[in-house]
Design a protein around this ligand. Structure first.
Ligand code: DOR
Length: 439
């Protein structure tokens, strides 16, 4: 009788203690052993990871998969397919669907759909409104709910809440993690003529300028200190916010996106037009540098893709009629591996940002580490594989990527979800068998 179902041999395991040349045994969806090489006879399925790195499964802590209501852009099946193709094993999904996810029933709907159709594991945020405090308070008991999302400034969809009294009540009385989209709604409204009179998409980062982001983030950090509630601030885009957040690590954790670390204004707006438009905006190189500084000095906790698919037809409407957001779940890991190869950060650090820290931050049970008893969610990467990213290979319904034509080095080559091989060398080889996260 075999001791294990699967043995991953010859690879470099990225464990919490650093890289080790050991074999990884999987059984019943869990990590069953970390062994010295030479135990191939113990498993019927051997995966040879020679010259490859074996990572704890990548967790994308910010995606928009559009189901229900906006399935022409994406659904849980296509979004999760894009995820596994890019090496992601778990996603945490945002509530700005239609209708928005603001109560237990709407989380339950998503969880049931995802159980049927998702290739990856999944968690869902409940969105805050002016009127759903009780739902937010009891969301901690809802299966598959990973946290509360608050849009302080309006973006895609109708969710919006910036009233300080209501925010205070939520901070004081909700135990789930709170993730924030931080832009100052009143300032955005005061400045909306910049958008309305815009001749082209470059106006986007003038309208949603540094102060609209910074003032909102300052307000939320003060409130976090006052109430003693930890907050997670999403997709930080300015160097000023990064410097500020470094002084508030007692109450705030920080997320950045690969696109804010990779693209910049004005060049990428010139190149991509409205396909570079997102909220908060892609900004000038000094801001991008500031984000990298925050990443290297430890201010940044996690990287999330903010996968926000819109169709080409919608994007082609032209600014300001084009929606904000870009797809990213399929490229989150590969773009960052390319940055590792370019010497911008170490692979160990990337594993921390994309797996261990998101699991810690959202208290995801048995995820984020290659450790005995942890879930057998595994991402295998080839640090030497080169590739040119194309629109055609994107599984997202949106069918495009801002990285089209970019040559990268370093790629996910296998994705294992709950012990089942789902992606092998760019091909889907498994079934949608994702499970909800537990906390
Ligand atoms: O650009 C964005 N698009 N930012 C968001 O916060 C929402 C997202 C979307 O859902 O389209």
């Amino acid at each position: 009788m075999s001791a294990f179902e699967t043995l991953i041999v010859n690879g470099t395991l990225m464990t919490p203690d650093g890289p080790v040349l050991k074999d990884l045994a999987l059984n019943h969806g869990k990590i069953a052993a970390i062994l010295d090489p030479g135990h191939e006879e113990f498993a019927p399925t051997i995966i040879d990871a020679k010259d490859l790195h074996v990572l704890p499964g990548i967790i994308d802590s910010q995606v928009h998969f559009r189901e229900p209501g906006l399935e022409h852009k994406e659904d849980l099946h296509t979004g999760s397919k894009a995820a596994v193709l890019g090496g992601v094993t778990t996603f945490l999904e945002m509530p700005n669907t239609n209708p928005p996810t603001v109560d237990a029933a709407s989380i339950e709907y998503k969880v049931n759909r995802a159980k049927e159709t998702s290739y990856t594991n999944f968690g869902f945020f409940m969105g805050a409104t002016e009127h759903n405090l009780e739902n937010l308070q009891s969301a901690v008991d809802v299966e598959g709910c990973c946290g509360i999302k608050i849009f302080l400034g309006s973006s895609t969809g109708s969710l919006l809440l910036y009233d300080k009294l209501k925010l205070t009540r939520i901070f004081e009385s909700c135990s789930l993690p709170i993730a924030l989209h931080s832009e100052n709604e009143l300032m955005l409204r005061e400045r909306v003529n910049i958008k309305n009179e815009a001749k082209d998409v470059h106006a986007h980062y003038h309208w949603r300028d540094v102060d609209t982001a910074l003032s909102s983030t300052q307000m939320i950090l003060d409130l976090a200190r006052e109430t003693g509630k930890r907050v997670h601030v999403l997709h930080i885009s300015t160097k000023e916010e990064m410097e500020l957040l470094a002084k508030y690590t007692d109450v705030a954790t920080v997320e950045v996106t690969p696109q804010h670390l990779t693209l910049s204004a004005p060049e990428d707006y010139d190149r991509l037009g409205t396909y570079a438009q997102m909220n908060p905006p892609i900004r000038t190189v000094d801001h991008r540098d500031g984000l990298w500084k925050g990443l290297s000095n430890g201010t940044v906790d996690v990287i999330g893709s903010d996968h926000a698919p819109h169709t080409k037809e919608e994007k082609d409407k032209g600014y300001p009629h084009s929606p904000s957001g870009m797809p990213g779940v399929q490229t989150i890991l590969n773009i960052m591996l390319d940055h590792v190869n370019a010497g911008k950060l170490k692979l160990e650090k990337l594993v921390d940002l994309l797996s261990q820290r998101p699991a810690e931050l959202y208290s995801l049970k048995n995820k984020g580490k290659l450790m005995l008893g942890y879930d057998a969610d595994i991402t295998i990467v080839d640090m030497n594989k080169t590739h040119e990213i194309s629109d055609g290979e994107q599984a997202s319904k949106s069918g495009w990527t801002p990285y089209r034509g970019r040559k990268i080095k370093g790629m996910a080559v296998m994705t294992i979800v709950g012990g089942n091989k789902v992606m092998d060398n760019g091909e889907i080889v498994g079934e949608p068998m994702g499970r909800p996260i537990y906390r």
